[in-house]
Ligand binder design. Structure first.
Ligand code: FES
Length: 162
């Protein structure tokens, strides 16, 4: 018989056993890791609102920077800080992200230019976040917000996404 003429040696048994154990360990580790890495693609958290500041006394047309902590939608840290610029206009407010739409460098308000400037490649934005020069392809993202009794609350969603 073929089985008797090709006996499993101890060495071959050990190799096969090691391969089976290795495959089992790889599956036990790999499936959760792959699930963890892919989960943000399928799991979008509910919008979260954070208090930013009392904004009734903000000066007109002078962007003021605040830092807000939002739950992270990625893999590692549970919270991440986001810098926002709050701009008070005559009859409304805008809450702009400080993340450049070109390559995500942080922009800053330049008083002398009366524009937002991105230091990475010279991108410029108006006080309303519209493109004013340089390579950025889109305006500054604007956060969804609400004001209640002079208190500003911002949501971790952009107006262009709703
Ligand atoms: Fe802002 Fe390039 S990253 S202009």
């Amino acid at each position: 018989m073929a089985l008797l003429s090709d006996p499993v040696t101890r060495r071959r048994f050990n190799v096969i056993g090691t391969q089976l154990v290795g495959a089992a360990v790889a599956a036990m580790l790999g499936v959760p890791i792959i699930g963890y890495l892919l989960s943000p693609l399928f799991h979008r958290r509910e919008p979260v609102e954070r208090f930013v500041a009392d904004v009734g006394g903000l000066p007109l047309l002078e962007p003021t920077k605040y830092v807000v902590s939002f739950p992270r939608e990625g893999w590692t840290v549970p919270e991440e800080n986001a810098a926002v610029y709050v701009v008070r206009f005559q009859d409304h407010y805008r809450v702009l992200s400080n993340v450049c739409s070109h390559m995500q460098c942080p922009v800053r308000w330049e008083v002398a230019l009366h524009q937002f400037l991105c230091p990475c490649h010279g991108g410029l934005y108006t006080i309303e976040g519209a493109n004013a020069g340089g390579p950025p392809p889109k305006p500054l993202p604007e956060y969804v917000h609400r004001i209640e009794n002079g208190r500003l609350y911002v949501t971790n969603r952009f107006t262009e996404d709703i």
